[in-house]
Write a protein that binds this ligand. Structure first.
Ligand code: ZN
Length: 106
């Protein structure tokens, strides 16, 4: 379990918030059957904030764009502990987009 607090952007922009269910939907739809690149296991832990296990714990990447922190959602392989980081902006974009469109994986 993570001890991280939710992260708000410092410039007053609306902070990203990803619910646990939204994250699960994203991973199931976009990263279907994603296997750990280190051990091949397909079981991941999605970290949630302290006191509310329906809200994902997000981490600052240390980078920013236009003064806005870039956030990651780091999920952890339950077998070997490998951390996999996803850009929160991409997850939010997917959640907010119509689900009939294809996902652009760059
Ligand atoms: Zn693993």
């Amino acid at each position: 379990m993570s001890e991280d607090k939710p992260v708000a952007s410092p410039d007053g922009n609306e902070p990203f918030k990803i619910s646990f269910d939204e994250a699960v939907s994203f991973f199931q739809a976009v990263c279907d059957d994603a296997l750990c690149s280190a051990c091949g296991t397909a079981e991941w832990e999605i970290p949630t904030i302290k006191g509310d296990d329906n809200i994902c714990a997000l981490k600052k990447s240390g980078l920013s764009v236009n003064g806005r922190s870039i956030l990651n959602l780091e999920i952890e392989c339950l077998n070997c502990g490998l951390l996999r980081a996803h850009r929160v902006a991409r997850i939010r974009e997917w959640i907010d987009s119509p689900k009939s469109v294809e996902i652009d994986d760059e």
